[in-house]
Design a binder for this molecule. Structure first.
Ligand code: 6PG
Length: 283
């Protein structure tokens, strides 16, 4: 099946794809995730080397709901290699799993309870622990067990699905947060959102170690910030600092979110680490 994403943007680096509606955006994103998982499963099947799993990290919020529903439905449901894929959280609000604000709850409602995901293939943040600091520490232990033996100082997710906040935040990395300067931990506690609340989040070095990062951007309220991130004007915005050294960033946006772009091609992006690399990628 051809990748359903049509290159409607005018970004020559092929990083920006604009879809006509939130539903088309969701189908395109599900297609991307399926393509990544299928390709990885093929490599694993052929070489039998390395980890026997495909690792995907999913953000919370509202936007992913439609994408995860699309992934749980035909044509992807029957084709997706569920037995090989493990799902992790990009971030979590420090609330109980039953709380309407819980990202774990959203992921369970939109995907884990709708698709044939083996129960031990979903690895949520444990918010029943005493506090977010312990929650971050234990989640990092979970990741270190899952990525044991893989090369590098940070886990290399096969794909990370990120959202974009109107203030330029992504994951639970908010503008001005000290969490943005973390250079060694994989998971940290932080806070943010509206109203600000305690959270746990993957750090920038983990996002920048990914093989693929897919930003899902939907709605007119994201148009300004998407333009800032893609044009490079948003240099210090958290989302602008997501630039994997050895990975690919794709922006999937619906027409409303892309409504202010007007054909401006985004510049080259900075190298990985915590996203403070030099323009020439040596940083
Ligand atoms: C969260 C998310 C967050 C989200 C953005 C966009 O916990 O809130 O992980 O980073 O991706 O805030 O949220 P929407 O998709 O709801 O616009």
């Amino acid at each position: 099946m051809a990748d359903p994403v049509t290159h409607a943007g005018d970004d020559p680096s092929g990083r920006l794809f604009v879809l006509s509606s939130p539903e088309e955006l969701a189908r395109a994103a599900a297609g991307r995730l399926w393509g990544i998982a299928r390709e990885r499963a093929t490599v694993l099947g052929r070489t039998g080397k390395g980890t026997k799993r495909v690792s995907l990290a999913l953000s919370g919020g509202r936007t992913p709901r439609l994408t995860l529903a699309a992934l749980s439905s035909e044509p992807y449901r029957d084709r997706f290699p569920w037995d090989l894929v493990h799902f992790y959280q990009v971030d979590e609000r420090w609330v109980s799993p039953g709380d309407p604000a819980s990202n774990q709850r959203m992921l369970r409602e939109s995907l884990m309870s709708c698709a044939p995901v083996p129960p031990d293939h979903f690895h949520p943040v444990d918010t029943s622990l005493p506090d977010p600091r312990e929650g971050a520490r234990r989640y990092e232990e979970t990741l270190r067990r899952a990525f044991r033996g893989t090369p590098g100082d940070f886990p290399r997710f096969d794909a990370i699905l990120l959202g974009l906040g109107a203030d330029g935040h992504t994951a639970s990395l908010f503008p001005g947060s000290v969490a943005l300067e973390e250079e060694t931990a994989w998971v940290v506690q932080t806070e943010g959102g509206d109203p600000p609340a305690p959270r746990v989040t993957l750090t920038l070095p983990v996002l920048n170690a990914a093989s693929q990062v897919i930003f899902l951007v939907s709605g007119k309220e994201k148009a300004r910030v998407l333009g800032e991130v893609l044009s490079g004007r948003g240099g210090e915005l958290p989302a602008s600092r997501v630039s994997p050294r050895r990975g690919k960033v794709t922006f999937l946006a619906d027409a409303a979110a892309a409504s202010l772009l007007g054909g401006k091609s985004p510049p080259a992006r900075r190298a990985g680490g915590n996203g403070r690399g030099k323009e020439d990628g040596t940083g």
